[in-house]
Ligand binder design. Structure first.
Ligand code: COA
Ligand code: AMP
Length: 644
C-alpha cells in the first residue's frame, strides 16, 4: 500500500500539479510536458501542455516492448454466438497497426473524425485503438441507437469514414446494423466518404460499391503503421451524450490527461495490478466501455474482457459468475440494473455456487444510483466489497468512489463514499452558496477539473461554458442533486435536469419530447422519468391531443411508442403514454415537469408559487394521495377544472 486516501486526496487538492505530475511519470511521453496545469485561459484548463505522446503506444506497443507481448490483452466471450477468442498484446498490436494502416490508405489523417458503430466484438476495440494510433478522433455510437440518432452524430462530427459491422446480436435477437447505417447516411446532411464493414457470419450486409469496403478483405493487404506523435491536449475521442435537448453533447477527451488519469485509477481506485483480468460488463458505446473496457485496462497492462451477452438469458443468470470463474476475473464493473436482473432470476444466488470465484476481489457498480437493497443483496451473496462509484460521460472516470488500492474506507450503503483525488465536490444552493453537511442541493465540482475530464464540447466552446460552467462561476455543474454527510460521504440523489437513466443508459426526455411533438395529432407533451424497481427509471409520456382529434387513443399511443423506438432506439424503453386534456404549467407557460415527476413517483412536492389559490391546492393534495400512474388522467382533469 502506498498511502492513505486522506493523504493522497489532500495533496491532490492542495498541490494538484505535484500530484498529477507524479502520476504522469507512469506514462511514456515522446516529449515531456512543459507545464502540468495550464490555467491561463480560464475556465478552459489544459493538462500536461507541451507534452507529446500516443495513447495507442501506451496501451499496446509499450507493453509489447516491455515483455508483455504474450500476455492476453482481450478475452472475447460471446455466449450469443458461442465464441471464445483470445488475443495477446502482440496479436492486438499487429491487428491495430494494420487497421491503422488501412485507415491511412483510405485517406484518414490526424484530426479526421471516424465514427464507429459496432456491437461488442474485438474489432470495435481494434478500430478505436487504430484511430488513436494515427491521431484520428473516434466517435463511437452505441449500437442501440436508431438511424436518426446516428445521423445526428454524423452531421455533428463530420466523419471522413465510418467503421461498422453487418449486425449485432442482442440476447436472442439479430440486429442488422448495416441497413441502419445506410438509413442514417441517407438521412444525414453530411456524407462520409467511405465505410469499412466487418461482415459477421450471422448476417452479411450489402456493400455499396465505391463507398463500402469489407474489413477482412481489405485487411489482407493492409500494411502496418507506427504511432504518430500527438499533443497531450489534442482530442482522442468525441463521445456524444444525452443532454436536455434532442441534440446530444459531444464530449471531447484529450490524450495526455486521459492516459494519466485512467492509469492512476486502475491501481488506486480499482486495486488491480498489470496482468490481472479486468471486466467492465458495459458496451464500448458508453463511457464505461471507453474508459474501462478499452483504455484503462490496456494502459495498465491488464487483460480486458469483451463480453457480448447479457447478465441474464445468455443463457441464464449465472452468466456473470461463469465469466468471472472461467477467465479468473479480479474486478467486475457493471451497472446496478445488471445485478437487479440477476437477483430477479436467481434470488438465492444458487447459480453462483456452481462457480469458483476465488480470483474475484471487487464488484464495482456505477451508471445509476445503487439502491441499498441491491447493495446488501450483492455484498451478502458475494462476500466481497461491493463498491459504488459515481461518475459521468463528461468526467470519464469516477468523481466519488472508494479507493481499493489505497486504504478502503468503510462503506455506507447509499453513498458512493468520498470524492476521488482531484475532485473538490461542493453542494450548492440555487444561488451558489455552499450548503452545510446534510443539506441537499446541487452537486458541483470546484474548478479546475482533474486530468481526463472533458476539454469542451465538440466545436462548441460557448455551449460547454453555458451548460456546465456559467451557472455557478468557478464550479462545474454536474446536473445531479445530492448532499454530503457529516463524515464527508457524498450521496447522489438523481438528476436535477431532464436527463434520465434507464437500465444504466443515459437518455434525454427532451429528445423524446421532440419526437412525440412531431406526431400530427399531438398538441403538446411532456416526458418524465419515473422510478422503476428494475431499470432504475422508465420514461413516461404525457400527451395533449389537438382539439379536433377523434381517433382511438390506443392507436395514437402505439404510434408514439413506435416513433420513439424508430427515431431514438429500443434502448429508450419508451412504452407508456398517458393522454391528458392539459398539462400543468406555470402562469408563464412553463410545463411543471419537476412537479409531474414527483407526483408520478408519489413523492412529497412543493407547490409552485404561481399556483396561489389555497382551495385548489388542498383539493389537489387530496387527489394526489390516491393517484397512481394509471389514474393520473384524473389528476390532470382536476387541474383543468380548477383552471390552472
Ligand atoms: N443494440 C440494439 N438494441 C439494443 C442494444 C444494442 N446494443 N442494447 C439494448 N438494445 C435494445 C434491447 O434489445 C431492448 O429491446 P426490446 O425493447 O426490443 O426488448 C431495448 O433496447 C431495451 O434494452 P435494455 O434497457 O438493455 O433492456 P433489456 O431488458 O434488454 O436488458 C438488462 C436489461 C438489465 C439486462 C440490460 O439493460 C443490462 O445489461 N444493463 C446493464 C447496463 C449497462 O450495461 N449499462 C452501461 C453503463 S455501465
Ligand atoms: P453517464 O454519463 O451515462 O455515465 O451518466 C451519468 C449520470 O448517471 C450521472 O450524472 C448520475 O445521474 C448517474 N450516475 C452514474 N453513476 C452513479 C452512481 N454511482 N450513483 C448515482 N447516480 C449515478
Amino acid at each position: 500500500m502506498v498511502g492513505t486516501y486522506q493523504k493522497e486526496y489532500e495533496e491532490s487538492i492542495r498541490e494538484p500539479e505535484r500530484f498529477w505530475g507524479k502520476a504522469a511519470r507512469e506514462i511514456q511521453w515522446y516529449k515531456p510536458f512543459e507545464k502540468v496545469l495550464d490555467d491561463s485561459r480560464k475556465p478552459f484548463y489544459r493538462w500536461f501542455v507541451g507534452g507529446e505522446l500516443n495513447t495507442c503506444f501506451n496501451a499496446l506497443d509499450y507493453h509489447v516492448l516491455s515483455g508483455r507481448g504474450n500476455q492476453l490483452a482481450i478475452i472475447y466471450d460471446s455466449p450469443v454466438t458461442n465464441q471464445l477468442k483470445k488475443m495477446t498484446y502482440g496479436e492486438l498490436l499487429d491487428g491495430v497497426s494494420r487497421f491503422a494502416g488501412l485507415l491511412r490508405s483510405f485517406g484518414v489523417e490526424k484530426g479526421d473524425r471516424v465514427i464507429i458503430y459496432m456491437p461488442m466484438i474485438p474489432e470495435a476495440v481494434v478500430a478505436m485503438l487504430a484511430c488513436a494510433r494515427i491521431g484520428a478522433i473516434h466517435s463511437v455510437v452505441f449500437g442501440g441507437f436508431a438511424p436518426n440518432e446516428l445521423a445526428i452524430r454524423i452531421d455533428d462530427a463530420k466523419p471522413k469514414l465510418v467503421v461498422s459491422a453487418s449486425c449485432g446480436i442482442e440476447g436472442k435477437k439479430l440486429i442488422p446494423y448495416k441497413p441502419l447505417l445506410d438509413k442514417a447516411i441517407g438521412i444525414s446532411n453530411f456524407k462520409p466518404e467511405k465505410c469499412i464493414i466487418y461482415q459477421r457470419e450471422q448476417y452479411q450486409g450489402t456493400l455499396i460499391q465505391g463507398r463500402d469496403f469489407d474489413w477482412e478483405k481489405e485487411m489482407v493487404h493492409a500494411s502496418p503503421v507506427d504511432c504518430v506523435t500527438i499533443s497531450s491536449t489534442d482530442p482522442l475521442y468525441i463521445l456524444y451524450t444525452s443532454g436536455t435537448t434532442g441534440k446530444p453533447k459531444g464530449v471531447v477527451r484529450d490524450n495526455g490527461g486521459h492516459a494519466v488519469a485512467l492509469k492512476w485509477t486502475m491501481k488506486y481506485l480499482y486495486g488491480v495490478e498489470p496482468g490481472d483480468v479486468f471486466w467492465a460488463a458495459s458496451d464500448v458505446g458508453w463511457v464505461v466501455g471507453h474508459s474501462y473496457i478499452v483504455y484503462g485496462p490496456l494502459l495498465y497492462g491488464c487483460s480486458t474482457v469483451v463480453y457480448e451477452g447479457k447478465p441474464v438469458g445468455t443463457p441464464d443468470a449465472g452468466a456473470f459468475w461463469r465469466v468471472i470463474s472461467e477467465h479468473k476475473v479480479k474486478v467486475l464493473f457493471t451497472a446496478p440494473t445488471a445485478i437487479r436482473a440477476i437477483k430477479r432470476e436467481d434470488p438465492e444466488g444458487e447459480l453462483l455456487r456452481q462457480y469458483d470465484l476465488s480470483h474475484f476481489k471487487y464488484l464495482f457498480l456505477a451508471g445509476e444510483r445503487l439502491d441499498p437493497d441491491t447493495y446488501y443483496w450483492a455484498s451478502r451473496l458475494l462476500n466481497r466489497p461491493v463498491v459504488d462509484h459515481w461518475w459521468q460521460t463528461e468526467t470519464g472516470w469516477a468523481i466519488v468512489g472508494n479507493c481499493m488500492g489505497l486504504d478502503p474506507l468503510p462503506i455506507k450503503a447509499g453513498s458512493p463514499t468520498k470524492p476521488m483525488p482531484g475532485y473538490e465536490v461542493h453542494i450548492l444552493d440555487s444561488n451558489g452558496k455552499i450548503l452545510p453537511a446534510g443539506a441537499e442541493g446541487i452537486v458541483t465540482i470546484k474548478l479546475p477539473l482533474p486530468p481526463g475530464t472533458l476539454l469542451t464540447l465538440w466545436q462548441e466552446d460557448e455551449k460547454f461554458k453555458q451548460t456546465y460552467l456559467d451557472m455557478f462561476p468557478g464550479y462545474y455543474f454536474t446536473g445531479d442533486g445530492g448532499y454530503i454527510d457529516e463524515d464527508g460521504y457524498v450521496y447522489i440523489m438523481g438528476r436535477v435536469d431532464d436527463v434520465i437513466n434507464v437500465a444504466g443508459h443515459r437518455l434525454s426526455t427532451g429528445a423524446m419530447e421532440e419526437v412525440i411533438a412531431k406526431h400530427p395529432d399531438v398538441a403538446e407533451c411532456a416526458v418524465v422519468g419515473r422510478k422503476d424497481e428494475f431499470k432504475g427509471q422508465l420514461p413516461l409520456g404525457f400527451v395533449v391531443l389537438k382539439s379536433n382529434v377523434q381517433r382511438d387513443h390506443d392507436e395514437i399511443k402505439k404510434e408514439l411508442v413506435q416513433m420513439v423506438r424508430d427515431q431514438i432506439g429500443a434502448v429508450a424503453s419508451f412504452k407508456e403514454v398517458v393522454i391528458v386534456p392539459r398539462l400543468p404549467k406555470t402562469r408563464s407557460g412553463k410545463i411543471l415537469r419537476g412537479t409531474i415527476r414527483k407526483i408520478v413517483d408519489g413523492e412529497i412536492y412543493t407547490v409552485p408559487p404561481t399556483i396561489d389559490d389555497p382551495a385548489i391546492l388542498k383539493e389537489i393534495e387530496e387527489a394526489l394521495k390516491t393517484i397512481r400512474v394509471e389514474s393520473l388522467y384524473h389528476f390532470f382533469n382536476l387541474f383543468n377544472k380548477n383552471g390552472i
